[in-house]
Design a protein around this ligand. Sequence first.
Ligand SMILES: O=C(O)c1cc(=O)[nH]c(=O)n1[C@@H]1O[C@H](COP(=O)(O)O)[C@@H](O)[C@H]1O
Length: 274
Amino acid sequence: MNESFGTRLRARLDEYGPLCVGIDPSPALLHAWGLDDSPAGLERFSRTVVDTVSDVAAVVKPQSAFFERWGSRGIAVLERTIADLREAGTLVLLDVKRGDIDSTMAAYAEAYLDRGSPLAVDAVTLSPYLGFGSLEGAITSAVANDAGVFVLARTSNPEAAALQRLVAGQVLAGAAAANAGHTPFGSVGVVMGATLPELEDSLLDLNGPILAPGLGAQGATPADVARLFGPVRHAVVPSVSRAVLEDPELLRSRVLSFRDECAAHLDARIATQK
Ligand SMILES: O=C(O)c1cc(=O)[nH]c(=O)n1[C@@H]1O[C@H](COP(=O)(O)O)[C@@H](O)[C@H]1O
C-alpha cells in the first residue's frame, strides 16, 4: 500500500457508489437468521455478509462490540472477518469508537492501524471526548500506515445533541486542519448522523470524508442524506446496518437498492454497475 486512505476511499466510492454496510451480528439478528448466539453463529453471519456484499459495497464496517461480547473467541472471529474482507478487496472500517490519553491511545492505534497487527484495518471510528489533541498520535499513525480515522462529531442518536453541539466545532476544526492540502481529500473523516436536523457550516471546510449512519432503522432515507449534506454530498458515506441485515435472503438486493438510491440522490456515478 502506498496510497493514502483518502485516495483509496475516493476511488472506491467512485467505483462502487456511496454506501458503507455494517456487520452488526447482534443477538436479535443472529436469532432472525436462525443462528446460535455463539462464536460459530457470529462467524457464519459475518462470513455470509462478506461473501454477499464485498463486491458491491465501497466500505464494510464491522461493529466490534458484537464480537467483544464473546471475549477471545469473538475477537478471533473478528480477526478472520477482517482478513476475509481484506482479501475480498473492500475497505474495512472497524467501529470501535476508541479514545484515550497518550501512550494508551498509542496502544489502540497500534492494535487497529499498525499494518502488522492482527486487527489492522483501513480505518477506525474514534471518540474525541478526551480532547481532539489526544487523537493526534493516532492520526499520525493512521497516516503513516495509509489508514484513516472517523472522529465522532454529531452522532445519529437523539441523546447526543445536547453534549455534542457544544464540541462539534472543535472536532470539525481539528479534522479540517489535519486534512488541509490533501487531494482528493484527507484521511481524517468525521461521523455526522444522517438523522440530524441540520449541520455545522464549518463542515464545508472539512476536506475529508463524512460517515453518515442512521439510514433505515434509525429513520433516515437517501433523500434525507442528500438534503442534509447538500454541498458536501460528494464526501458523504451513508452507512446502513439493520435495514439490510434483517434477512440473509434479501441482504444483497437491499444493499444494491440502498446503494443505487444513495448514488441517485447524491449525484454519484457508479463505475462498476453490478
Ligand atoms: O460510528 C458509527 O458507525 C455510528 C455512529 C452514529 O452516529 N450512529 C450509529 O448508529 N453508529 C453505528 O451504526 C450502527 C447502527 O446502524 P443501523 O443498524 O443502520 O441503525 C451501529 O453499529 C452503531 O454503533
